[in-house]
Design a protein around this ligand. Structure first.
Ligand SMILES: N=CN[C@@H](CCC(=O)O)C(=O)O
Ligand SMILES: [Zn+2]
Length: 442
């Protein structure tokens, strides 16, 4: 009996995991296998609507979408006896799981006291140069053990899931030395294996210059010690790391140091995905384009030349509206980027400086403060943000063959998720990850 138990349960499980039926609108985003959308194609997203019986999406045993059609069509093609779970989506809308392309979610010690300083007029760099900001978080994160970091990180991931995120990019970067960076990457690795959300993991050892080192010394330490040691852990199957990041900024890592670190990361087979042109224009957009960076974040200070370079290289611009809002920065020129053909994505930038992990709020800010249309913002927070992580083959749209990562919204039109600012917890009724219901509103 024990010997046959596994094969016996496998034989008993049904052919399909989940059917969501009678949905009023299925927002596919794209229906032709596009890996990213630019310019006008961001405005004309694929939406199924108007069928009397509504629409159905069927997710198979492996967690991928196996069929999409009117509910009538799906009923003729598949028997409900073959499906584990059926959800009635009447009068609701279905969108792809949201993809958050930029977060710093593993840390200890909040910075609410700094929020007060910033409200009183201190700048981000004033606080950083006084030893606060990232340094404050590094001190607290170094003192915390893995278990403590994992517990708070899990809570944060849970909040993200409830807000509709099904794939999130997560950075290290509050360790700044090999031991503590590996500690953070191990916390990310555990979450990658245990959590009900997909994670793209980023090594961000160059997030700040650690106290007691010059930027040149830190650059050398990262290139000669940290990157090779992390590569070794990856090769040994102990860690999975997707991307390398640097905070390329005046007073942090300059253009030359950033380029050397990113190149070393690329040689170690990590995707280049870094912070550039946030507070000062250093030409990091041009530098990233030259390295064929997968993505560059922030870009508040990008030049026209930088925009053209990114459009030509296909590097994704990851825009972070919460940071520009919190720090009262000049908004990044998103309209110019879209017109020039840059692939634009969105991220929450969740971190102790910008405490917001709710992508629906990010979408609202993107529309109001950056003048994006609602379809453009949705594309940026699904397909294009998945592309920024090199994952739009499986994420970011509702198409056959993609992962069954979906968000069911209790509203007659999907745009309510953006329009009803701050009300996403009432609007999101179900979140599905790989065909499993991972959040159900009570
Ligand atoms: N700008 C650099 N890094 C973060 C902030 C991290 C922090 O302040 O702790 C960002 O993307 O906004
Ligand atoms: Zn960041």
């Amino acid at each position: 009996m024990p010997k046959n138990y596994n094969s016996c349960t496998a034989a008993m499980s049904k052919r399909h995991k989940l059917l969501i039926e009678h949905v009023a609108q299925v927002v596919q985003v794209t229906d032709c296998g596009a890996r990213a959308l630019t310019k006008d194609s961001m405005k004309n997203i694929a939406v199924l609507q108007g069928a009397q019986s509504g629409y159905s999406v069927l997710i198979g045993r492996e967690g991928t979408i196996v069929d999409i059609g009117t509910s009538q069509e799906i009923e003729t093609r598949h028997s409900k006896d073959d499906i584990d779970q059926v959800i009635d989506g009447s009068r609701k809308c279905l969108i792809p799981g949201l993809v958050d392309a930029h977060t710093h979610p593993v840390w200890a010690g909040d910075r609410v006291h700094e929020f007060a300083l910033k409200l009183a007029g201190a700048t981000y760099m004033d606080i950083h140069n006084m030893g606060g900001g990232i340094h404050f978080t590094v001190d607290h994160t170094r003192q915390a053990d893995e278990e403590t970091l994992f517990a708070s990180f899990s809570d944060r991931l849970h909040q993200m899931i409830q807000s509709g995120t099904t794939l999130v990019e997560c950075k290290s970067g509050y360790g700044l030395d090999l031991e503590n960076e590996i500690k953070m990457l191990r916390v990310l690795e555990r979450a990658r294996r245990e959590s009900k959300i997909d994670i793209s993991s980023t090594y961000c050892g160059a997030h700040a210059v650690p106290k007691g080192k010059t930027a040149d010394e830190a650059t050398k330490d990262i290139i000669t010690k940290q990157i090779p040691a992390i590569r070794q852990q990856i090769d040994a199957g102990k860690l999975h790391v997707d991307n390398i990041d640097v905070f390329c900024e005046k007073g942090v890592f300059d253009l030359c140091q950033s380029k050397a670190i990113l190149q070393a990361g690329k040689e170690a087979h990590l995707q280049i995905n870094f912070h550039g042109e946030e507070l000062h224009r250093l030409g990091s957009a041009e530098m990233g384009a030259e390295l064929e960076a997968k993505a560059i974040s922030h870009l508040e200070e990008i030049s026209d030349v930088g925009i053209s370079a990114m459009a030509a290289s296909g590097s994704v611009a990851v825009i972070l509206p919460t940071t520009a809002y919190n720090l009262r920065l000049k908004p990044p020129p998103v309209r110019d980027m879209i017109e020039a053909g840059v692939i634009v994505a969105l991220g929450s930038d969740f971190n102790p400086n910008a405490y917001c992990s709710a992508m629906p709020l990010v979408l609202n800010l993107a529309c109001v403060t950056l003048k994006m249309s609602m379809p453009e913002a949705l594309v940026a927070a699904t397909l294009n943000s998945a592309h920024a992580l090199g994952k739009s083959d499986l994420h970011g749209s509702i198409e056959v063959g993609k992962l069954g990562n979906l968000v069911l919204i209790d509203a007659p039109r999907w745009e309510h998720l953006i329009y009803q600012m701050g009300n996403h917890n009432n609007l999101i009724s179900t979140v599905v990850w790989r065909g499993n219901v991972v959040y159900q509103k009570s």
